[in-house]
Each structure stands twice: as structure tokens, then as C-alpha cells.
Design a protein around this ligand. Structure first.
Ligand code: SF4
Length: 580
């Protein structure tokens, strides 16, 4: 990966393509690449939908190689949802394909002068960009079908649905999976709205005629990969729990722990959680059968395989195996206990190009405002359809939970820096509350997954219900995560590398053998800290202060059943998280 593709969408005479050498960005990948480019090239105070913002799409450092788990991709920009820096991460095929084609990043710059839509085609012979207004307001599924008819079955797509075209702050960027379906999303922070503001509907990638990237030391690389994969298979979470039940294995676990946000964060347990649990979901999927219903990966090279396929009652493909965060967001958080309805909403979210977490949190806020009853699945489906139609109500909902709460006068709005909280109540798992409050991204469980140490006792054992040890836990996880997000590795490898020294060493050996480097654990830590410092510096320049590193007040006042506990970590403690 020795080049950066830059496309100036606002150039005189139409979009202009330029292929740059890596320059100062050499050696970076994934989140390190997106955040460094955004911090250096985007004015921190610019409007996120203006010509000054840039959308950066970057495969990880190891993407395009044969390293297991290395096909994640990062999307970065200034976020229309938070107003700060954003990195949203996704699976799918494009990361490996861009890596094989040699692109370390795609940077969309400027803004078209006319209201036109464009498609970009990238293959081994170069890059082509064409105006195509026939794609206007297509959902991701129809769009990908159209691209396959035009460019062949073996392509991958990076695209936006209607929400991105409408520049809604909950809009995602979709990535096609191994079956060429647009099911993998860089969901958070409204990155799809920024792609929409650039006038780019789809980037089509064809890697025919390319080879996997070669490691500097192939023998050591092969050996390290073998040990790494064996470590992932040996670990109970990555080797058994995730492949068998998917991420939704967490529904029963988190509800049992009393930290499952229910009915817009009013309760910590959902009475009907069994009906939407990973166990019930796996049973349903296996009973309905069909191609790919069993466990499979979201990209080539995934060996954990936490994903699968969801078929409807008649055996027709509906959506990918719905993930825990989505099942919670559209399920328990809205009081809904119907897996088929949740899967239908997941399909709509993917088609319109919407962040499932933000949309679920938004619908729950709307339910609290009285727009529908908690538990009314049809009303939830109708609300998402309003977003796809672009009605006035739909545009409000598609702007996220914070805007919806403001419009309908709701106090209980679970957001930090404008971004909705995911599927863990910060009162029941205090460590994740620290991450929500202090992450550079706004409320984001993946930024420092303290659920691991608080609940699963992976990488340590910290009591979820006390403030002690939470700052240190969140800090070290935020640093480690920023580094992993830069490699292109799926974050789920953390379950194995946090507890198994030889698996962590194998990961280091893999990176070193690939790059011809000699990195130690300290170097990886230093990379994580550097990424976080870069992101925090951008946010400071954008106007954020320590007062933005806080949870909404009600978490400190309202007690969450069943533990009847508030968020106990003090502001002074939160201010210590980024002292490194
Ligand atoms: S473990 Fe799951 S999320 Fe991670 S790469 Fe594999 S399928 Fe994708």
C-alpha cells in the first residue's frame, strides 16, 4: 500500500483524481491513518458538510495480506453528529481489496458545485469517476444490484443509501460482505452524511488480477499467523462463544448483570430478553436453515466468524445475523421482544444507510416522548420508514437521539458529545461509563470496552458497580483499542490477546514479520497514545473542553434498577483518563 487516492469533488470542470505518494503518512493504517489525515488537513472549526471537511477511507496496516482477521476498514472525518473527529470502523470485503490494489487511503475532498451524484470505479488499471444521477435515492441493496449488473459479480462496494444523500447525522457508509450484500456499516457519527455531501453515491472496487500483499519475512509471517489463529481458536470467547451465538450472546449476560438499558435507559433488565437472546436467535437461524445461516465471517480471512445470515419465516434472506448492539437498540431499549421485527428494522437500516445504534436510541427517545408505546414493533418499523422517505418526521429522527430529544422535549436522552450510548448502562457497568464520557468519538463502547474487565473478567477483574479502578481500566483499553483499530484487525481479537500472552506475542510477530519491523508491546502502546492525542487535539481545536467529557446529569441522579445505583465516577476522576 504505497499510495493515497485523492479525489477533489469540487474541482473546476468536474471531479479531479490525483494519486499521491504516502509522504508523512507512510507506515500508518486504519484509524491512525484517518485520524492523522483529518487532524492535519481538516480545519477543526469547519462545518462537517462543507467543502473543507474530508472523508478518509483507510484499510488497516495488514489489510490485503493473508494475516487472519485483518480486513477491517476505517472511515474518518469531522463528524456531523458530534462536531468532533470521527473514526467509524467496518468489516466487509473492500479493505482487503483496496489493500491488494495498493491504496493506503481514499480521500474525498471538496464539494461538487452542482447537485450531481457520482460513482467511482477502481481496479488494477486505475480510477474512473462518472456522473450518474440515475442512482439518486436508491437504497443500498438496489444500488449494489445495479453495480453488479454493470461491473460484474466479483466487485465490492462502498456506498450510501437515502440517509447519506439527505445528509442526515445518523447516516452510515455501507461496505459489501463476502456475498456482495451491503450489510457491513461504518455506522457511527454520520460518516454517510459526509460522503453524501461530497456527492459520491458509491465506490466500486474490482481487485481482479492483483495478489495478496507480500510480507517482508514470509516464513516468520506464516508461523506467526498459525500461532495467532491457534490462540484465537483456543480462547473460549473467540473460539466458541462468538462463533456459536454471535455477538448477541451478550443479551442474557448483560441483562443478568443488571446493565441492559431497557425502555430508553429506565431499567437495567429486560423481562423478555430470552425471546431476543443469542441462544434463541441461533436456534431460529439454524431451524430456518438456508445458505450461510451458520456462523461465517464478515470478510475473507476472519477465523472467529461471529456473523451469520437471518432468514424470514418463509426461508427468504432477510438480513445478516443481527448483532447484539442492534438487537438491543431496536429490541430491549424500545421494549420490543420480536426477533423478526428487529431483523426487519436491521434490513431497513442497512438499506437506507443508517446507524442501528443511533436509530434504536432515537426511537426509544421518541417513544418516551409519546410518539408510540414502548414495545410497539410496527410503530418502530414505521418510524424507520419515515427516515427512508425523508418526511419531516423522518429527517428529525434521522438526525439522531440528541436532536429528537430536543425537538420533542425529552430530558432522558442518553448521549455524550451528541452521540447515542450503546447497549450497556453506565450505572450497571461503571467502566463503560468512563469510556462513554471520555472517548474522543462520543459515547462509543468499542473505544475502550470495559465490559470485558467489568463483566467478563477478561484482561483483569474490576467490580462493575464501584468507581474504583475504572479510570485506569478505560485508559488502558482506549489506548490498546486505538492501536488495534490501526492494524485492520477486528477488535474481537482483544478477548484472546488480553489474556493469552503467546497470542499477543504472535500478533506482534505477525506485524513485525509483515513490515520487517521490530515493534514491542511498548511501541504498540505508544501508537495508541499518539492516535488518541491527535484526536483530542483536533477536538480541543474544534471547541471541546473537559465539560464535554461528561455523562448527562440524570445518570448521576436517577437510580437504575435492579442495583439501584447511579453513575459514581466523579468529574475529577474522569479528568484523569487522558493523563499519559
Ligand atoms: S469476528 Fe465478527 S466482526 Fe470480527 S471480522 Fe469476524 S465476522 Fe467480522
Amino acid at each position: 500500500m504505497d499510495k493515497i487516492l485523492r479525489i477533489n469533488m469540487g474541482a473546476d470542470g468536474g471531479p479531479k483524481i490525483k494519486v499521491d505518494s504516502l509522504g508523512d503518512y507512510a507506515g500508518l493504517g486504519g484509524r491512525a491513518m484517518t485520524s492523522t489525515i483529518v487532524a492535519k488537513e481538516v480545519p477543526a472549526t469547519c462545518h462537517p458538510l462543507s467543502e473543507d471537511n474530508k472523508l478518509v477511507i483507510a484499510p488497516g496496516m495488514l489489510s490485503g495480506s493473508t494475516a487472519a482477521m485483518s480486513g477491517r476498514i476505517s472511515v474518518g472525518c469531522k463528524s456531523p453528529l458530534t462536531g468532533g473527529i470521527k473514526e467509524a470502523n467496518a468489516g466487509g470485503q473492500p479493505s482487503q481489496m483496496l489493500g491488494r490494489l495498493g491504496y493506503a487511503a481514499i480521500v474525498l475532498e471538496g464539494k461538487p458545485k452542482e447537485n450531481n451524484l457520482y460513482k467511482i470505479f477502481i481496479n488494477k488499471d486505475g480510477v474512473d469517476i462518472k456522473e450518474d444521477n440515475s442512482l439518486c435515492m436508491l437504497g443500498n441493496y438496489d444500488l449494489v444490484d445495479k453495480m453488479k449488473a454493470e461491473y460484474g459479480e466479483k466487485i465490492a462496494c462502498i456506498s450510501i443509501g437515502q440517509a447519506g444523500e439527505m445528509k442526515l447525522a445518523a447516516a452510515s457508509v455501507a461496505f459489501t460482505d463476502m456475498e456482495q450484500r451491503p450489510t457491513r456499516h461504518a455506522g457511527r457519527g454520520g460518516v454517510g452524511a459526509v460522503m453524501g455531501s461530497k456527492g459520491v453515491k458509491v465506490i466500486v472496487i474490482d481487485d481482479a488480477g492483483t495478489k495478496a500483499r507480500s510480507p517482508a519475512d514470509p516464513d516468520k509471517f506464516r508461523e506467526a499467523n498459525k500461532t495467532f489463529v491457534a490462540g484465537l481458536r483456543r480462547n473460549p470467547t473467540t473460539g466458541e462463544g462468538l462463533p456459536t451465538y454471535g455477538t448477541n450472546v451478550l443479551t442474557n449476560v448483560i441483562s443478568e448483570a443488571g446493565a441492559y438499558p431497557t425502555k430508553n435507559f429506565q431499567l437495567g433488565q429486560f423481562d423478555n430478553c430470552q425471546k431476543i437472546s443469542g441462544e434463541t436467535q441461533a436456534e431460529t437461524e439454524n431451524a430456518r436453515g438456508g445458505e450461510g445461516s451458520a456462523t461465517h465471517g464478515c470478510h475473507r480471512g476472519c477465523v472467529i466468524k461471529c456473523s451469520g445470515t437471518y432468514y424470514d419465516k418463509d426461508g427468504n434472506y432477510l438480513t445478516k445475523q443481527v448483532e447484539y448492539e442492534t438487537v438491543w437498540a431496536h429490541g430491549g431499549n424500545c421494549g420490543i421482544d420480536d426477533l423478526d421485527a428487529i431483523a426487519q428494522i436491521d434490513r431497513l437500516d442497512d438499506d437506507f444507510g443508517l446507524d442501528t445504534i443511533e436509530m434504536g436510541a432515537t426511537i426509544a427517545v421518541a417513544m418516551e416522548a409519546g410518539l408510540a408505546e414502548f414495545g410497539d414493533a410496527q410503530a418502530a418499523i414505521n418510524m424507520v420508514k419515515e427516515v427512508g422517505k425523508g418526511s419531516h418526521l423522518g429527517r428529525i429522527l434521522g438526525s439522531g437521539a440528541a436532536v429528537t430529544g430536543r425537538v420533542f422535549g425529552v430530558e432522558r436522552v442518553p448521549v455524550v458529545k451528541g452521540q447515542a450510548m450503546p447497549a450497556y448502562d453506565p450505572r450497571g457497568i461503571q467502566g463503560i461509563g468512563v469510556t462513554y464520557a471520555t472517548a474522543t468519538m462520543g459515547a462509543d463502547h468499542t473505544a475502550g470496552y470495559a465490559v470485558a474487565t467489568n463483566i467478563m473478567k477478561v484482561g483483569g477483574d474490576v467490580d462493575p458497580l464501584t468507581p474504583e479502578g475504572q479510570v485506569e481500566t478505560s485508559r488502558s483499553l482506549q489506548i490498546a483499542t486505538a492501536a488495534v483499530d490501526s492494524t485492520g484487525m477486528c477488535l474481537f481479537i482483544a478477548f484472546a490477546i488480553l489474556d493469552q500472552e503467546d497470542t499477543f506475542q504472535a500478533l506482534l510477530d505477525l506485524i513485525n514479520a509483515f513490515a520487517g519491523a521490530n515493534l514491542t508491546g511498548d511501541d504498540v502502546n505508544a501508537l495508541g497514545m499518539q492516535v488518541l492525542k491527535t484526536e483530542r487535539d483536533f477536538n480541543t481545536r474544534a471547541g471541546f473542553t473537559k465539560e464535554d467529557d461528561r455523562l448527562p446529569d440524570y445518570f448521576k441522579k436517577e437510580k437504575l434498577p435492579p442495583h439501584n445505583i447511579t453513575f459514581l465516577v466523579t468529574d475529577e476522576q474522569l479528568d484523569q483518563v487522558h493523563n499519559y
